[in-house]
Design a protein around this ligand. Structure first.
Ligand code: ADP
Ligand code: MG
Ligand code: MG
Length: 251
């Protein structure tokens, strides 16, 4: 049974249809990539799987880890083991990063560590991400560079150890530092928890060190192609135009 099974999913925002009959299925331990031109609906897909109330599901189902989560609140989805990262410019003046991370673990008893142990665990993870542990005491997000925000996201990922991590790299460019943080984070997540990944990206450099099992291509809210890792190279060379016939047929 797949870990995530999305079937015939339709979703809209403000009565505007965005996702149209989307299927996507992935097994535990796999790494999948979701690609497509800007505006295709990739981020929307991530938000809808996570249950963002801005979007309305108009049809289809989302089954995660054997449970139909289509109607579940985002919080319950998170507790069921789903994680969505996107470049949210989190800034909470006065709150040190370590406190924020600790709070995001609250209520997950099985992973709750005592103060000192938590601190030690956090420091280990920071080292693994090549992150200066001094950052853990800094105010959340204030003056953080893109790369530093990425490190926060990756720390959260490694702390929460979700069953499935959806990493939305959005369209904005990541600098070399941020790229290496994301790569290290993904690697550590896979190594530490045999993690399952859905990476949403334009940036094929992020994929260079990743062992990709499956690639999905979305255009104007439709899934237009699915294939092995070599599909990334084909997109690199020929772009998304190679799928425009399929896109037209689906519309
Ligand atoms: P991608 O991530 O592939 O670039 P998005 O999912 O961000 O695409 O957007 C798909 C379409 O849905 C775009 O036309 C976008 O403007 C629209 N859209 C997405 N989210 C919202 C929203 N919250 N409000 C209004 N329109 C939205
Ligand atoms: Mg976009
Ligand atoms: Mg996007």
């Amino acid at each position: 049974e797949p870990l995530l099974n999305v079937t015939e999913l339709f979703a809209s925002v403000d009565d505007k249809p965005i996702l149209k009959n989307v299927d996507l299925s992935l097994n535990a331990g796999e790494t999948h990539v979701l690609m497509g031109p800007n505006g295709a609906g990739k981020s929307t897909f991530g938000h809808v799987v996570m249950g963002n109330p801005v979007y309305t599901v108009n049809g289809g189902s989302i089954v995660f880890d054997g449970q139909d989560i289509t109607e579940l609140s985002p919080d319950k989805r998170s507790r069921a083991g789903l994680f969505l990262s996107f470049q949210a410019p989190v800034e909470i003046p006065g709150v040190p990063l370590s406190s924020f991370l600790r709070a995001s673990m609250a209520g997950r008893a099985e992973k709750e560590l005592k103060g000192k142990q938590f601190r030690k665990h956090l420091q280990e993870l920071a080292e693994e991400l090549d992150m200066n542990p001094d950052y853990l005491d800094r105010e959340l997000g204030v003056g953080f560079s893109g790369g530093e925000k990425k490190k926060v996201e990756m720390l959260q990922l490694l702390l929460l150890q979700p069953k499935l991590a959806i990493l939305d790299e959005t369209d904005s460019g990541l600098d070399v530092d941020a790229l290496s943080v994301v790569s290290r984070g993904m690697e550590a997540y896979r190594r530490r928890c045999n993690g399952t990944l859905l990476v949403i990206t334009h940036n094929t450099r992020i994929l260079e060190h990743l062992n990709i099992d499956r690639v999905h291509v979305m255009m104007t809210g439709h899934m237009v192609a699915e294939g092995p890792a070599s599909l990334v190279e084909s997109i690199d060379e020929q772009g998304f135009d190679q799928f425009s016939d399929i896109e037209a047929e689906a519309a």
